[in-house]
Design a protein around this ligand. Structure first.
Ligand code: KG4
Ligand code: ZN
Length: 418
């Protein structure tokens, strides 16, 4: 049963529909109201960083519990900041997956109950499609993309749970995606988080490493390419494999339809577990463990460390290691993405997801993509990391197409994007 089948009564005829988006796939409880897929009316994000920080990664059970605590106040705040009554919302949208099953279920159960009580349609959104639509939302807000967006478009979705390359096409209100690359082990954000944890820098690692890298020499430590690369290959379809962001945690990795070898289409896969081991080996061979332990203790005592606090506890060797790690990650992400852009002759490049907030990654993409003659677009930093505005924005084309979720839909930890 659909919440609204074809909207025959024509109830939702307003030209500027407002969609309430809800996102709970990982460690952010978020709600937002977005008008016509292009104007953020409100955008509330409650982060669980303080809860997970002592563990150096997301603990799924704690994430579900925190979502349960936060979901009602966060949605209320989004509605209040939008100055909207529940009745005046045109539809609800919620993340179906991929993500942590328990965390997803909190948002889905709440959204279903609210949609049912309000008799409003509910739209199920793929989290990765949300990240891609964050780029569209960002630029449409500023009046960009008024002219046609040129296709094929290649999107790098790079976050704590994902490192994926999607070719995207749009036909009328319908978007389709083809995966042409993914990480074979750790996601890029996961590597930032694990390396930061290893160096006693806290969680999440990406923002800290981003800030500290500016103070180190990125050429100081050479990570050999064999630690980072394996040949791009044409492969058969493979089943989704769970990736661990933290030991004991099972993270839904999206199922992927890959072109078969007969298609002759190249793939551009990533691998980031090797560099984490390389950093560990560097730490061991350079006897850095004691310094790291001292730093970990000192930083745990600071409630909200700022860059000065991190700098005060980092010697040159650590800063150089951090900067070299980031440079290697950035070079790999940029070079593989641009190689894919060339191979598929793409007209537009999107870079999105938490790691897209990285300063060096943005600069490098802007510089190298310009040389290739491919325009590259990012979301603003707040829209790069998880938020619900991107979910409401991705729901808008589905709203126009009356593509509503059936009542029995549920969380899909490994939901594929197609
Ligand atoms: O998209 P996101 O909020 O959640 C997932 O869908 O995973 O991404 C979070 C990830 C974390 O791994 C975090 O360390 C990373 O994005 N991240 C960064 C930066 N800001 C967040 N990585 C590198 N540089 C940053 N500035
Ligand atoms: Zn995300």
């Amino acid at each position: 049963m659909a919440y609204r089948l074809g909207n025959p009564a024509g109830i939702y005829t307003r030209e500027v529909p407002d969609i309430l988006g809800i996102e709970t796939s990982c460690d952010e409880t978020a709600a937002a109201v977005v008008r016509s897929g292009e104007q953020i009316v409100s955008n509330v994000v409650a982060s669980q960083i303080a809860t997970h920080s002592p563990y150096g990664g997301v603990v799924p059970e704690l994430a579900s519990r925190e979502h349960l605590r936060a979901i009602v106040p966060v949605v209320r705040q989004a509605m209040a900041e939008a100055g909207k009554s529940y009745d005046s919302i045109d539809a609800l949208a919620v993340t179906q997956g991929p993500g942590l099953a328990g965390a997803l279920l909190v948002g889905i159960s709440y959204a279903k109950a609210l949609a049912f009580a309000l008799d409003k349609p509910l739209i199920a959104v793929n989290h990765l499609e949300g990240h891609i639509h964050a780029v569209l939302l960002e630029h449409r807000q500023k009046g960009g993309f008024a002219a046609e967006l040129n296709f094929p478009m290649l999107a790098l979705v790079v976050s704590g749970g994902h490192t994926h390359l999607y070719l995207a096409e749009q036909s009328a209100e319908s978007w389709t995606y083809q995966n042409i690359g993914r990480t074979r082990d750790d996601a890029a954000g996961e590597a930032f988080d694990k390396v930061a944890k290893l160096l006693g820098l806290g969680y999440p690692g990406g923002p800290v490493i981003d800030k500290l890298s500016a103070h180190g020499d990125p050429g100081a430590v050479k990570f050999s390419l064999s630690q980072m690369k394996h040949a791009d290959r044409k492969e058969k379809s493979s089943p989704p494999r769970p990736t661990s962001r933290k030991s004991g945690e099972t993270w839904g990795t999206p199922g992927i339809e890959t072109p078969g070898p007969e298609s002759g289409r190249p793939r551009f896969d990533f691998s980031y577990s090797g560099i984490k081991t390389a950093v560990l080996r560097y730490v061991e061979t350079h006897n850095m463990k004691e310094t790291i332990e001292r730093r970990r203790k000192a930083l745990t005592a600071v409630s909200k460390p700022k860059v000065e606090d991190w700098l005060a506890h980092c010697d040159r060797e650590t800063l150089n290691l951090v900067a070299s790690f980031q440079r290697t990650m950035v070079e790999d992400l940029v070079s593989k993405t641009l190689a894919a852009a060339r191979a598929y002759d793409v007209a537009t490049l999107f870079v999105t997801g938490g790691v897209a907030a990285n300063q060096e990654l943005r600069q490098r993409f802007e510089q190298d993509a310009e040389q290739e003659g491919v325009p590259v677009f990012f979301p603003s930093r707040p829209l790069s990391t998880d938020n619900a505005a991107m979910i409401a924005a991705a729901a808008y084309p589905k709203f126009l197409a009356n593509d509503f979720a059936p009542m029995e839909f549920s969380a899909e930890a490994g939901l594929a994007l197609r």
